[in-house]
Ligand binder design. Structure first.
Ligand code: ASP
Ligand code: MG
Length: 423
């Protein structure tokens, strides 16, 4: 019997009506002779509301307690969804991440899955029941404390379970019909993308597209697990995320550029006047890594002969900005830099496409499009299949629109957004 894991995001289970609609979809799949394992996110904006609550109580809540609080969101959805399914005459059993065997490291707020032992899920399947698993959470192998996988982490729960259960595919249900060539909430002419490679999807996710969690795509690629991202509000085919080989087998034509992503969640940090000598960059970034801060772009300026010092700039999540500045300040006794500056009014705009590898001139056309929108570039970084720039946050919309049009990505009709606040 085929086995699929279906993951329903917050907007798909936002209220009682939505939960009943999703329950019907799950039962239909079950009745059609497919085994289903369900992973759910917290209802609507519950996670954000719980974070707001924590902030009202404490300016700096302990990670362990914040994780305990946030995982409650997914427990609510799994239990009510199981009730709705049982009303339709099929047995459903809900499980927390820990009960489902999702074992992680103990880094609160961004734990990594290190093993999945889905014994109880397999038993439920063997009994003909539908297992419903709370996404976004696990249990730490060493401390046995409850952990969360980072915002949007339910996708990763779903893919990790699908891999562990050897499922045929993982369906990720959201409020849009899959992946678009830009955020349809900002670019009305964003076009639907039917197929995309794991590599492109990883770049999109890393560069701010919120449709899929980055680690979920890494995981799927490792196990060559097909992901189907689709809407729970329609029956349209969504986007298949597959290996290059699997896409070729389906004989579809791959475009040069897949999409434009933007990210407003990063801050830019500049260390001014770093003495230019071997070891300083290593010391700085070792300290940043020990603080578990993920950095992205790094730019080092040309050293001025007069001072023999340079400026080093990098970007990191705004939520880590304070910690990053503190960490660098603490290096003052080791490195005689002048000062640390930060800027939160930045955006990162990225152009992504596997075809870039073999097509020259993509960067030039990207920069030309930004120039015609009168957008200034503050930093640039590239990979084999991506070009990213840092610009002013206030220029985001015009930059994304202009680049989208310049690369011929505009669709004829307008993209449909079914629900959700995009929060
Ligand atoms: N509820 C969590 C969040 O909002 C996890 C998820 O939705 O995947 O980030
Ligand atoms: Mg969510």
């Amino acid at each position: 019997m085929p086995l699929i894991v279906q993951k329903y995001g917050g907007s798909s289970v936002a209220d009682a009506e939505a939960i009943k609609r999703v329950a019907k979809r799950i039962v239909d799949t079950h009745n059609s002779g497919t085994q289903v394992v369900v992973v759910v996110s917290a209802m609507g904006d519950t996670t954000d509301e719980l974070i707001d609550l924590a902030e009202q109580v404490s300016p700096n809540p302990p990670g362990r307690e914040l994780d305990m609080l946030l995982t409650a969101g997914e427990r609510i959805s799994m239990a009510v969804l199981a009730m709705a399914i049982s009303d339709l005459g099929v047995e459903a059993r809900s499980y927390t991440g820990s009960q489902a065997g999702v074992i992680t490291d103990s880094v609160h707020g961004r734990a990594r899955i290190i093993d999945v032992t889905p014994g109880r899920i397999q038993t439920a399947l063997n009994d003909g029941a539908i297992p419903i698993v709370a996404g976004f959470q696990g249990v730490a192998q060493d401390t046995k404390d409850i952990t969360t996988l980072g915002r949007g982490g339910s996708d990763t729960t779903a893919v990790a379970l699908a891999a562990a259960l050897n499922a045929d595919a993982c369906e990720i249900y959201t409020d849009v019909d899959g992946i678009f060539s830009a955020d349809p909430r900002r670019v009305p002419k964003a076009a639907h993308v039917p197929f995309i490679t794991y590599e492109e999807m990883m770049e999109l996710a890393a560069m701010g597209a919120k449709v899929l969690h980055l680690r979920c795509v890494e995981y799927a690629r490792r196990f060559d697990l097909p992901i189907h991202v689709r809407s729970s509000f329609s029956n349209q085919e969504g986007t298949w995320v597959l290996s290059q080989t699997a896409i070729k087998e389906r004989k579809v034509e791959q475009p040069i550029i897949s999409g434009v992503a933007h990210d407003l969640s990063e801050a830019k940090i500049t260390i001014v006047g770093v003495p230019d000598k071997p070891g300083n960059a290593a010391t700085i970034f070792e300290a940043i890594a020990s603080a578990h801060i993920n950095i992205d772009m790094i730019v080092q300026n040309v050293t001025t002969a007069a001072t023999a010092s340079t400026d080093i700039t990098f970007t990191c999540p705004k939520t880590d900005r304070e910690l990053a500045v503190k960490t660098i300040e603490s290096l003052k006794p080791l490195i005689a830099f002048e000062r640390v500056e930060f800027d939160e009014e930045i955006a990162k705009v990225s152009l992504i496409g596997a075809g870039m590898r073999s097509h020259p001139g993509v960067s030039a056309a990207f920069f030309r499009a930004l120039a015609s929108a009168n957008v200034n570039i503050e930093a640039i970084s590239t990979s084999e299949i991506r070009i990213s720039v840092v610009i002013r946050a206030s220029d985001t919309d015009k930059a994304v629109q202009e680049v989208h049009t310049a690369f011929g990505l505009d669709a004829d009709g307008e993209a449909v957004v079914y629900a959700g606040t995009g929060r």
